[in-house]
Design a protein. Structure first.
Length: 436
């Protein structure tokens, strides 16, 4: 990986792309520290220092690089775009029009991307209104003595300006991500997510050291580093693991020439669903606690939810979280990979799996293999996602534990994909002087 970056910096065109990407990432981090108008920033700092991470908004705060709880112009981060992308991907399976656009190639994908942008703006307005209303009521930092002073003025005009600013910030983030994709090294949105998550690692590690009690905190600090290295190695191993289904294409005679007869394979990843099941499960588990906090209900169900679904160290919460991740892993794989469509395409172009008849037997075989490899993939996702909760029980460090769950999955996945992008661009260099 380091050699790929070194060779990239030695290439003038790639060096420009890397420097441009780094500049956009720096600009993105600067925007995460500029507060929106109408917010008492001193009160925000007091509440943030009292509670480093709010459980209800932890996922959005993670993707915004800590900007959400500081109420900055990039407070919403990339989360509205992620949600819009997931919704459009799910609707592609349900709505025939979107499915037809997906099959049209680049032109259809451009229209789907445009729909994703419109939906992102709508979700940003909705989420921004909810966050501003929550901050105005003091529920954003429950238990903070100055929580009601975060938004001093709650007039309609002031609230509208705050929501518009946060929505505009999300639009700017989308634009920055597309700039990286077009003029940088690619994967713009993923790199911005990577930047948001990786920016919290140093402060989280230092907070673990400061809050530690053994050896001045160095024992806890080094233990977390060791666990992090093991987790990263495990994630890299599983993310690159795949089952390769061999495919043979028959020879075809066209005139006097023979075409085809090649051998290839279908790569089925062990973790075919990626980080999507973790996001789905986290979002679904936030809903009951969010309803209780917004309604301030004291009924029996509200007390039960507050007792079992607010803190991540409760066994019921952990078991429910694990089961939801396994369920959504199978659900997402089922809607994103269609064995019948793959089998039909293979049959159309004269391809077959050795030992398996073309058509329906091929679809059944692919479904059988995909189900078997999804089981270890889903269990792996569940175990990785439970690491911060296990850290809470063992060290009491869930709020600062950086290596686990969504963060490591995204950081490692984006890192591997970025290295592949750089290596592919190194292989596609144009030697103009030699060609002349």
């Amino acid at each position: 990986m380091l050699s790929a970056f070194a060779r990239a910096f030695q290439t003038p065109d790639l060096r420009k792309k890397l420097l441009f990407t780094l500049g956009i990432m720096v600009l993105f981090r600067l925007g995460s520290h500029i507060p929106i108008p109408g917010v008492n920033f001193e009160a925000v700092n007091v509440c943030v220092s009292d509670s480093k991470k709010n459980g209800l908004f932890g996922l959005v705060n993670l993707f915004s690089g800590g900007a959400l709880l500081q109420l900055t112009i990039f407070a919403l981060g990339i989360m509205p775009y992620i949600t819009a992308s997931i919704i459009l991907q799910l609707l592609t399976v349900v709505i025939p029009r979107l499915e037809a656009l997906k099959k049209e190639g680049q032109a259809g994908q451009a229209k789907i991307t445009q729909y994703t942008r419109y939906l992102t703006i709508a979700l940003a307005i909705l989420q921004g209104t909810g966050i501003v209303a929550t901050a105005s009521s003091g529920a954003l930092f429950s238990g903070c003595p100055v929580a009601n002073e975060i938004v001093p003025e709650t007039g309609v005009f002031r609230i509208a300006v705050m929501v518009i600013t946060m929505t505009a910030g999300t639009s700017v983030i989308m634009w920055l991500g597309e700039l990286i994709t077009d003029r940088g090294i690619g994967n713009g949105m993923s790199l911005l997510i990577f930047t948001s998550i990786a920016a919290q690692f140093p402060s989280s590690l230092w907070n673990i050291k400061q809050s530690g009690t053994i050896g001045g905190g160095w024992v806890e600090f080094l233990s977390v580093i060791a666990v992090g290295v093991i987790v990263v190695m495990l994630v890299i191993f599983v993310e690159q693991a795949q089952r390769r289904i061999p495919v043979q294409y028959a020879k075809r005679m066209i005139g006097r020439r023979a075409f085809g007869g090649t051998s290839t394979y279908i790569p089925l990843k062990v973790n075919q669903a990626g980080v999507i099941p973790v996001i789905f499960a986290s979002s679904l588990l936030y809903i009951p606690a969010l309803v209780v906090q917004l309604t301030n209900s004291q009924s029996g169900w509200a007390v039960w939810v507050s007792r079992h679904f607010v803190k991540g160290d409760h066994p019921i919460y952990m078991a429910t979280y694990f089961l939801l991740i396994v369920f959504f892993a199978f659900f997402y794989v089922a809607i994103s990979f269609n064995p019948e469509e793959v089998a039909d395409n293979m049959k159309k172009y004269g391809g077959f799996i050795p030992g398996i008849r073309a058509g329906r037997p091929t679809a059944e075989y692919l479904n059988y293999v995909l189900t078997r490899i999804t089981w270890p993939g889903s269990l792996y996702l569940g175990l990785i996602a439970l690491i911060p909760m296990i850290a809470l029980v063992a060290f009491g460090q869930q709020t600062n534990f950086p290596f686990g769950g969504t963060s490591v999955l995204i950081v490692v996945g984006v890192g591997l994909e970025t290295v592949k992008q750089i290596e592919s661009q190194l292989q596609q260099r144009n030697y103009e002087g030699f060609l002349r």
